[in-house]
Design a protein around this ligand. Structure first.
Ligand SMILES: O=C(O)c1ccccc1N[C@@H]1O[C@H](COP(=O)(O)O)[C@@H](O)[C@H]1O
Length: 199
């Protein structure tokens, strides 16, 4: 199970996520209380070992801005989390970075790869809000694809979410915070433990 911890802003939180076993850490460049500038992201990304993916999160930003921030910070993956279409993905393809498409769950269910992305991320309608969606409601979900379940996950609900939705991985932000935009190291560790216990 691939685990991404998103919205990290401090060295302490990056180190906690890495030591707890996260597979990816996310830095938000979109409009958000979690937004970091290029200097901060570059400094944080340098601390992250090679086996952990560094992800920049963008929302409806021009390709030129996405590429410039990716180059300036050294992040290895780009998560587009707005209304970006296939043209955005095509423009950013073949630059050696993993592309993640973040989108709200809808039917028919989006397929991983249809925009040229490497990983699909299914979220609630309001990204980064801690809002859940009905992943356990008998709705169709991707199967056998590289897709991340996101939206309101917490250390308390992630095990049942994994059992219900059977995703390839999970992504969390609000659910490991003590207040909006401020991570709680204990919750990060609890989240990773809960995921690993779910198998
Ligand atoms: O975290 C944000 O503020 C954010 C802003 C713009 C786009 C995406 C954002 N975060 C992503 O939202 C999901 C779910 O977050 P949560 O756990 O419900 O708070 C996650 O993929 C973040 O990467």
């Amino acid at each position: 199970m691939f685990v991404k911890v998103c919205g990290l802003r401090t060295e302490r939180d990056v180190d906690t996520a890495v030591e707890a076993g996260a597979d990816a850490v996310g830095f938000v460049f979109a409009e958000s209380p979690r937004r970091v500038d290029a200097d901060t992201a570059r400094r944080l990304a340098r601390r992250v070992p090679e086996h952990v993916l560094t992800v920049g999160v963008f929302r409806n930003q021009p390709v030129s801005q996405v590429r410039a921030l990716a180059e300036a910070t050294g992040i290895r993956a780009i998560q587009l989390h707005g209304e970006e279409g296939p043209d955005h993905y095509a423009a950013l393809a073949r630059e050696g970075r993993t592309l993640i498409r973040g989108t709200a769950y809808r039917e028919p269910v989006p397929r991983c790869g249809e925009f040229g992305e490497d990983i699909l991320l299914l979220d609630s309608a309001v990204p980064g809000s801690g809002t859940t969606w009905r992943w356990d409601g008998g709705r169709p979900l991707p199967s056998g694809e590289r897709w991340l379940l996101a939206g309101g996950l917490t250390p308390h609900n992630v095990q049942s979410a994994i059992e219900a939705a059977r995703p390839w991985g999970v992504d969390v932000s609000s659910g490991v915070e003590k207040s909006r935009g401020v991570k709680d190291p204990e919750l990060i560790v609890s989240f990773l433990k809960a995921v690993r216990a779910a198998g």
